[in-house]
Design a protein around this ligand. Structure first.
Ligand SMILES: Cc1cc2nc3c(=O)[nH]c(=O)nc-3n(C[C@H](O)[C@H](O)[C@H](O)COP(=O)(O)O)c2cc1C
Length: 211
């Protein structure tokens, strides 16, 4: 009888701290977010890449998990507009190219970071091609419902004509039902390395950390 009583009390004593450890662990796990960066810049060491680096460092400092896709190095074709995808959620598009690597990551993430140089008042072709292809994921759902995501925008440009792209991005967020978590738009950078020491790098870091 006393032996049973001892084990009962002992079990209560160790179960309480274990429970609280689990609760803390769960809290940490829910605060940590998965982030995917779609890098639309073809220049591996360019200005957009520097913004991405700062953003990722900030996000990782906050405990988030960051995955970057360098679209320039990937084999990603433009959308056919066939509207025949969405039949297999594991491989939602009719085209079987490197989007197959992006789809599983995209489905899991909390935050999508769009990163691009400004090309003729718009995003780069690399980013546009990849983003259009995400439509195949919405095709899996009734009414083309998009998965809920937060989103950020990182851009670099020679000038400061970001208005058209910011307008596009804001409307995209409304259409998709996504939440904009912030934009870092760095003007006055043209050549590789021009962005060194630019305060926008700190802004990108802070944006990543704020997520
Ligand atoms: C095809 C092309 C189009 C561009 N169009 C614009 C533009 O419309 N406005 C602008 O300010 N800069 C424009 N630029 C300059 C780039 O946005 C700028 O060099 C930027 O820093 C490049 O980023 P990256 O280093 O990540 O490649 C253009 C550059 C290229 C190659």
């Amino acid at each position: 009888m006393w032996v049973l009583y001892y084990f009962f009390i002992h079990a209560i004593i160790i179960a309480v701290p274990l429970k609280s450890v689990n609760e803390i662990g769960k809290e940490v796990a829910t605060m940590s977010k998965k982030i995917v960066i779609l890098n639309g810049s073809p220049r591996a060491k360019g200005n957009t890449a520097a913004l991405i680096q700062a953003f990722a460092e900030g996000a990782e400092a906050a405990g988030h998990e960051v995955t970057r896709f360098d679209l320039q190095k990937m084999n990603i074709h433009p959308c056919f507009g066939c509207c025949a995808g969405g039949k297999n959620p594991e491989s939602p598009c009719v085209q079987k190219d490197d989007m197959q690597i992006i789809y599983p990551a995209y489905k899991q993430v909390d935050v999508v970071c769009l990163a691009s140089p400004l090309y003729y008042w718009s995003i780069s072709g690399q980013l546009k091609c990849a983003f259009d292809r995400l439509f195949a994921v919405a095709e899996c759902n009734a009414g083309y419902k998009n998965p809920e995501k937060d989103c950020t925008l990182l851009m670099a440009a020679e000038g400061n004509g970001f208005e058209e792209t910011a307008y596009w991005y804001d409307n995209l967020m409304k259409h998709l039902g996504w939440t904009d978590r912030g934009k870092v738009l760095c003007g006055d950078v043209f050549g590789i390395g021009d962005i060194a020491g630019n305060p926008k790098l700190q802004e990108a870091y802070e944006l990543g950390k704020s997520l």
